[in-house]
Design a protein around this ligand. Sequence first.
Ligand code: ZN
Length: 117
Amino acid sequence: MLFAYFFMLYIPLCTITQGTQEINIPVSQEATNPYVCAKCNLLLFSHEAKFDATEETLSFTRPIFPVNVTYSRLDTFTPLIAVACSGCSNHLGVIYNDGPAPIYKRYSVHATAVMQR
Ligand SMILES: [Zn+2]
């Protein structure tokens, strides 16, 4: 955890290669902040665990602290697992098994259920 904050503070630039030209684009501090529950502010997902995003959902490989989320069956007819905030029971999204190796889990989280601290 401490290492993650150290990493965020001392890596202010990211490098994008476009053709043969290298462009340095400053990454704002807010862009690398962790994601917290939108209702109770509980720390849920790190920026490093995010690997995909759309306007409606964000995809994470895992929560920062496993105890900060709870799991339950979405319903009796589908095998999907629902994820909720353990602080306030805010429904966050569901888990799919199509995430990146080695865990292969994708926490598909509603963009409105979390916010960057
Ligand atoms: Zn919460």
